[in-house]
Design a protein. Structure first.
Length: 156
């Protein structure tokens, strides 16, 4: 299977988006004063911790099926336990929460904005991914019907 067929260009775009996030975090000045900054820091740290738990737990559940490519491995199994009972792509949720949370903790508005741009990107990427999961993973069509949220519980 070719690089493009495996969704390699999605991986390239994701790396570029992550590079933009890193640039925003390094190049933009963080806030130093203002209302609610302590709350923003605490919220950000909490988001990073929750993201680490969700991401780690989800990766353990996927095990050998974890891949950087959005096209599933031919022998991929359905992951429907743990965080996968709330959303179909909890690792992307963890990436978004971690990026936005870190930017909040560091009081970096540019990082928050770039981190929020991960949402539409991952919504588009999961569209590509799910078309393939339905074809490759037995039971995925029923799982997708049972779990209505792709990335963010009770929202999308």
């Amino acid at each position: 299977m070719s690089f493009s067929d495996r969704g390699g260009w999605w991986v390239v775009a994701q790396i570029l988006l992550f590079a933009a996030y890193v640039y925003a975090m390094v190049a933009a000045d963080g806030l130093t004063e203002g209302f609610g900054l302590g709350f923003a820091r605490v919220t950000g740290v909490g988001m990073v911790v929750i993201a680490a738990v969700i991401g780690g737990w989800s990766a353990v559940i996927l095990g050998r099926d974890l891949s950087i490519f959005p096209h599933p491995l031919e022998e991929a199994r359905l992951a429907d336990r743990g965080p996968y009972r709330l959303v179909r792509h909890p690792i992307y949720l963890a990436v978004i929460m971690g990026a936005v949370g870190l930017a909040l903790a560091l009081l970096n508005p540019a990082g928050v904005m770039v981190g929020m741009s991960f949402v539409p990107f991952f919504m588009a990427k999961t569209g590509f991914e799910e078309d393939r999961l339905v074809d490759v993973v037995p039971g995925y069509r029923d799982y997708r019907s049972a779990i209505p949220y792709r990335i963010i519980p009770w929202l999308m």
